[in-house]
Design a protein around this ligand. Sequence first.
Ligand code: FES
Length: 171
Amino acid sequence: MNSRRDFMGMALGGFTALGGIGALYAMKRSWDPLPSVKSAGFTTIDLSGAVENVLNVEKWRGKPIFVLKLAADAPKSPRQITVGGSRYLVVIGLCTHLGCIPSFDIAADNKNKFKCACHGGEYDINAVETFGPPPRPLDIPPFKLSGTSLVLGEEGPEYKKMLASGLTLKV
Ligand code: FES
């Protein structure tokens, strides 16, 4: 009787461990950065492998950079960039209130996709503030488009246009 219970316990433990590994794998997949190359203050990211609604977090000059391939039904905004026919959001992942890193909630509606746990600030799918103390949208880092790649740290024409029209601050 005891050995049967032991076996059931081990089997149950095994399933739980497998479930845990599965969850970790799913989490790692969603956090895996896109292929990127860093050199002299520039980070080049290949967007061709990006998956819709999976937030990629890159690092540029010590700052987290959110790169999100938008779903076809995401509301359009001049803050987005288009690469290979797909729309992307590329922003610095630091809350414009006091600099915490907001989280991305895929399940939330497009009005409160990014949430800052520090003081409850919220941003929509285009990283525009919708609630709480953030004074402005998440900033857009200087970028340049080159084929299917994004070069962070270079000011390309698309970025200069965003700056000139007041869509972001210079960082
Ligand atoms: S730092 Fe994000 S709401 Fe205050």
